[in-house]
Design a protein. Sequence first.
Length: 210
Amino acid sequence: MKIIMLGAPGAGKGTQAKMIANKYGIPHISTGDIFRANIKEGTELGRKAKEYMDQGLLVPDELTVDLVVDRLQKEDCANGFILDGFPRTISQAEALKNANQTLDFAIDVDVPDESIVSRMAGRRACVGCGATYHIKYNAPKTEGVCDVCGKELILRDDDKAETVQKRLKVYHDQTQPLIDYYKEVGILRTVDGTQNMDDVFAAIVTILGA
């Protein structure tokens, strides 16, 4: 099965992607992981990506596509894969198609913006070890204190309402056309991401038909 996950930042698509990968025994592939692996291994593609990242620039579409296509040709992808964070644009989707990677499902984890802002505002991160919590869904034993190392928990800048709203605007500008694209292709499936994690997963398994 070849699957891509769509959904706004904070919709929970990464969590669902990992659960799907575990259930079906296919690799969960995120562009961030690919970049880090290539940079660590010192590949030519990794060196090129690092040049952009070191300058705080987005890695260009062409290079991102090359990195993803290279990863999809590895042996562990022979029986399928789940892509998380790629494609983000129509041009990336077309490039994937041109690389003879025909997808079976595009799963959109749909969560209203106001729910995402509320979810992200509840996240807390440890200043010491980086462990993450949520004041509602995964609260620490002692408010404001990390269970792991005892250091302070903070609301990160990128989880603040104003920042989240900016990220959501970028997501909608970039990805709404992609949702329409996969709908037209006939492989888009939408799940209600406001349900609890296990119910969202059950809905996805029903869609995948196994």
